[in-house]
Ligand binder design. Structure first.
Ligand SMILES: Nc1ncnc2c1ncn2[C@@H]1O[C@H](COP(=O)(O)OP(=O)(O)O)[C@@H](O)[C@H]1O
Ligand SMILES: [Mg+2]
Length: 215
């Protein structure tokens, strides 16, 4: 079973969005997906249940498990699923646990939003010590930092350059994804975070999952 974690210490960067779209994309590909809600505030269960009603061929392919405590479960012996996708809260608790407890085999997506100056400041800054710790204790972090909502204020390529520069300055460039997610906002329905009808979003998410060895 493949295990994917989406984590960042900042709200609004797209953790729940990426987790939701990833789970749906994988289910469309015929995978059996367990979505793990490790965030008290996440509405992922609602989004997935809604999508299941509207897209009949993924029905039965995705289950959502809600955890009230913020702990990274041990998934030994849960072979029923092909992939587990974990959505997390706005802190590094779960990534910290992964490193501290030497949990092996998890792949990690860290979204960052170029137009969100707080996220651009805090995400690389707070990630550095965790990466250093992982190196000290010999955990090989399979992690990709992916620019999200690119093109929201400017064009996507200058947004990507901004993230690249920031990660280079922080010594984290090796973790930057070769791909990005575009700003895929639309008017209706305002609360739906499902962006797979946006061809660039879908293509880039697909490539990101390939990059991480999930697809
Ligand atoms: N690529 C994107 N394009 C357009 N809107 C996005 C994108 N990614 C996230 N959003 C929107 O941004 C808001 C916050 O996203 P969310 O996934 O809930 O962030 P987090 O889980 O990190 O708090 C939501 O309204 C979501 O629909
Ligand atoms: Mg969320």
């Amino acid at each position: 079973m493949l295990k994917l974690l989406i984590n960042a210490p900042k709200g609004g960067v797209g953790k729940t969005t990426i987790a939701t779209n990833t789970a749906l994309l994988l289910a469309e590909e015929g995978k059996s997906v367990l979505v793990l809600k490790l965030s008290g505030t996440s509405r992922i269960k609602y989004h997935i249940e809604n999508a299941k009603k509207n897209v009949p061929n993924i029905y039965g392919k995705i289950e959502v498990e809600e955890h009230t405590d913020e702990n990274l479960p041990n998934f030994k012996g849960r072979g029923k699923y092909d992939v587990v996708v974990a959505d997390t809260d706005d802190n590094w608790n779960i990534l910290d646990q992964l490193v501290d407890k030497k949990r092996k085999g998890w792949r990690v997506i860290v979204p960052i939003v170029p137009s969100d100056s707080e996220a651009m400041q805090s995400i690389p800054e707070e990630l550095q010590p965790i990466v250093n710790q992982s190196r000290i204790i010999g955990i090989n972090l399979c992690m990709k930092i992916v620019p999200n909502k690119c093109g929201l204020c400017d064009d996507s390529s200058s947004d990507i350059s901004l993230v690249k520069q920031r990660l280079q300055d922080c010594g984290l460039l090796t973790y930057m994804s070769r791909y990005y997610l575009p700003y895929a906002g639309r008017v209706l329905p305002p609360s739906s975070p499902i962006f797979l009808d946006n061809s660039i979003f879908r293509e880039q998410l697909n490539l990101l999952l390939f990059e991480l060895g999930i697809l």
